[in-house]
Design a protein around this ligand. Sequence first.
Ligand SMILES: Cc1ncc(COP(=O)(O)O)c(C=O)c1O
Length: 392
Amino acid sequence: MTAVVSRGAAAVRSGPIDDIFTTLARRPEVISFAVGAPDPALLPGELVASLAADVVAQYGTSALQYGSTRGFPPLLDQAQILLRERGITGPAGLTHIATGGSGALHSVCMALLDPGAVVLVEIPTYGPAVKVFRSHGAVVRGVESDMDGILPAALDAALAAQQVAMVYLLPTFQNPTGRTMPTARRKQIAEIIVRHGATVVEDDVYVDLRYQGNPLPAFWSFAPHNTVYITSLSKTVAPALRTGIAVLPENLLEHVLALKQGIDMQTSTFNQAIAAAFLRSAEGAAHVARAIEKYGAKLAALTAALHRHMPSGFSWTEPEGGMFVWVEGPADFDAEKLIGPALDAGIAFLPGTMFYAAQDPPRNGIRLSFANVPSSEIDRGITVLADLCAAR
Ligand SMILES: Cc1ncc(COP(=O)(O)O)c(C=O)c1O
């Protein structure tokens, strides 16, 4: 029998990423700049094992029980501390714990998007989010952006031209470009959002991975009543904890929690208890500091290798944090055509085409993720990439 799938499911297609990940699973020797995942050597295995034992000792079997949909109270307390450091000082009651940033995005989409609703995104943007929006029946439109993020005049015009359900922004260490929206642009965009009465979803899962420069106030702090703020412990602690934090405008929280009950009841109590213990502990802070140091060194090694090896006509971003560098070739360069030869030559990357809402996106971009690549292989991997780019 062939199942008749929903329109939302039919609107979401898997792309070249599946071939890349199938190959990576078969050939672990491939140097992969493809996945935005932490370095396995920087996942805190021993610390999590000891915190898990502490959690069971402290809470007994209640750590294995269902709990509140809004979140495990000790983790909500830790979340308030973490959010305050980012300039997010709203009332505690508007925060909830989600199953990763992905879980938060899904429930917020359920609350905000009807079929046909318009979602505005940056150009380029985080590709998987576009799929989520489409799975909810949304029409996703890109808005012109530059190296400082979405362009104020273009956003203003797009909001004036149509009814918009959501504006999805990644102001800090954007996936895929690594770019960060400066404070002045955040203020400009916030003014436009508030003037139009629009709703922003600020996806901020990389903010703690800053290697240079000073932290910026979250976009939320300039438009708190119009912004859903989403962050996650996946990049600094461990993706498998599936722990995200969301801050919602007052009228949304009740709806999102009611919807979350239907999605997954709640985020794992056990994982939340471990996450709370991690955030409370000095060892947790030391772990994050060590990760920042190592990833910063990897980013420096990557940009040095790009300078050393890439042929002329190629340029790239030099972010202050996060996990990604975006490379652009000449206008006639087609990164997708390089995927197969790159895998044959022992490297993987994601083509930029995966990060646009448009049907016919520019083909000359490459996303390089450096966090997961062993330091000793960065230069060799970029040599291979540069040779392929030069020979295209
Ligand atoms: C921009 C962005 N948002 C959200 C997520 C999802 O993270 P989580 O593991 O918290 O669901 C990712 C993961 O790669 C991401 O890059």
